[in-house]
Design a protein. Structure first.
Length: 115
């Protein structure tokens, strides 16, 4: 059972920045699709961003221009740089991986934007 490990969440003021990391053990990372979902309090999980093995990215409209996803295949890690954070970005952020038709998820990391 592949278990992704997220880190980097925390409490930040509006307008601040955080960088999330997600480590994916095992081989095949470089050929995997990686991405992030989030679940705001009291709401359903929602798509945030994804990056293909060919570095093609796709963002949720509300985070375009503020969030940047990147990947380091040598470290089996995907990053989510979040700038200009807003109150509505508060959520548990989940990393996911799609490899050979299977999906793998992390345990989630809390991001709280509050003044």
């Amino acid at each position: 059972q592949v278990q992704l490990v997220e880190s980097g969440g925390g409490l930040v003021q509006p307008g601040g920045s955080l960088r999330l990391s997600c480590a994916a053990p095992g081989s095949g990372f470089s050929s995997s699709l990686m991405g992030w979902y989030r679940q705001p309090p009291g709401k359903q999980r929602e798509f945030v961003v994804r990056i293909t093995s060919g570095q093609i990215t796709y963002y949720r409209d509300s985070v375009k221009g503020r969030f940047t996803i990147s990947r380091d295949n040598a470290k089996n890690t995907v990053y989510l740089q979040m700038n200009s954070l807003k109150l509505e970005d508060t959520a548990v952020y989940y990393c996911y991986q799609v490899q050979s038709g299977y999906e793998y998820w992390g345990q989630g990391t809390q991001v709280t934007v509050s003044s």
